[in-house]
Design a protein around this ligand. Structure first.
Ligand code: SF4
Ligand code: SF4
Length: 378
């Protein structure tokens, strides 16, 4: 089959083969991914100097805390988003995180799980590890189906836990209580120390995830990332889907070979999978014009690859810009408040289960709903 297909492609006139083929988008995707990695590094460096300022007790030059760090607080942002839906209030502790999450959700609803393959730095790392492994071993290792299916549900189980704990267990008052809490205010600083002062357990966990992602493509993204689970779930509603023209398709299977999500693109008419990250790699390799395309449902209108690249970045940046222009980007925690919090950083603990959330609910019921937290008034 493969041989016949290759001959068929060879028999086509070069002009015919390239007549309607869009140029590959892969290099532009890589450029977007690298740009976001550079932004993350810049945020990391700024945050490091902000923490150094706090460590010095305010004696070194003050460096503004970069609000972009809140991109790494997905649970707090999810709570903030739910709180916004319940009250119409943008909680002031991590407002940038709320807008970034909103941007990612809107992008996923339009372009599917594209955040994972266009913006997320972990996605780029995961993809690169898989590529290096393929180059080294000349083959792509995959888990057998009996292991792959149950493991893929793990990220949804993790997501279910968070959804249950936030959307079903927490009241408006306990949400506010958590968002107001000192722990939430310094959650980004706590996260900084998680990596800067990493425990041997956490380090070994990361090393194991690295090794697994090297041998099994996208191990973290495919099996464990609850963020990916949320975006995959939302992506089921996407209007733009990869469609294969089964009549002109020559069954060369190139699309399935390059798919980082191991989707059998060559066997379906429409890619409905929640694992599709809209990376467009399959479109880039398809040798037959107008055979594999991104189409808007139900109109069958063909969406150019460049429109996806521009759309993903533009929608995300636009939502973040709305946060910035509306004055909801920087939080309102003052330098003095941060210095004060920093003294007690080790004493601030995170709710670790539904029992802690019950406790939070109990406390918030006992507290005056107008001033339930220790940072109320901001
Ligand atoms: S189906 Fe195509 S766009 Fe979707 S993940 Fe696979 S290669 Fe990327
Ligand atoms: S859709 Fe896939 S199998 Fe069909 S021609 Fe294109 S790359 Fe080959």
């Amino acid at each position: 089959m493969h041989k016949r297909a290759t001959q068929d492609v060879g028999n086509m006139g070069k002009q015919q083969r390239t007549a309607h083929l869009e140029p590959p988008i892969g290099k532009y995707r890589l450029a977007v991914q690298v740009a976001f990695v550079l932004i993350c590094i810049w945020i990391g460096v700024e945050f490091h100097y902000f923490v150094r300022y706090l460590e010095s007790g305010g004696t070194t030059t003050f460096v503004e805390r970069p609000p972009g760090a809140e991109a790494f607080l997905p649970i707090s942002s999810l709570m903030s988003l739910y709180y916004f839906f319940l009250t119409g209030v943008i909680h002031p502790a991590h407002p940038a995180g709320l807008f970034m999450l909103l941007g990612i959700i809107i992008v996923s609803l339009i372009f599917g799980k594209s955040f994972c393959s266009w913006i997320c730095p972990v996605g780029l790392l995961s993809e690169s590890l898989g590529d290096w492994s393929k180059k080294l071993f000349k083959r792509q290792f995959k888990l057998p189906k009996w292991a792959d299916y149950p493991l893929r549900s793990l990220k949804y189980l993790l997501l279910l836990f968070f959804v249950y704990a936030i959307f079903f267990k927490m009241t408006t008052a306990s949400l506010k209580s958590f968002l107001d809490s000192s722990y939430n205010v310094v959650a980004d600083i706590k996260m900084y120390y998680f990596f800067a002062d990493i425990s041997s357990f956490a380090l070994w966990t990361l090393v194991i995830l690295f090794v697994l992602s090297f041998f099994i493509r996208n191990f973290w993204c495919r099996y464990l990332c609850p963020y990916g689970g949320l975006l995959g779930f939302l992506s089921l509603l996407r209007p733009f889907k990869i469609r294969r023209n089964v009549i002109s398709c020559i069954d060369c299977a190139r699309c399935a070979e390059v798919c980082p999500s191991s989707i059998k693109v060559d066997k379906v008419a429409t890619v409905e999978s929640d694992e599709c990250t809209s990376c467009l790699s399959c479109l880039d390799v398809c040798p037959v014009p107008e055979t594999l395309e991104l189409k808007a449902t139900p109109t069958r209108f063909r969406v150019p690859k460049k429109a996806v690249a521009i759309g993903v970045v533009a929608v995300y940046v636009l939502v973040c810009a709305i946060g910035w222009i509306s004055g909801n980007w920087q939080n309102s925690v003052t330098r003095e408040e941060y210095l004060q919090h920093f003294k007690y950083l080790d004493g601030y603990g995170h709710p670790t289960g539904t029992r802690d959330i019950d406790e939070l609910n109990k406390r918030s019921r006992m507290t005056n709903p107008d001033s339930p937290g220790d940072n109320s008034g901001r």
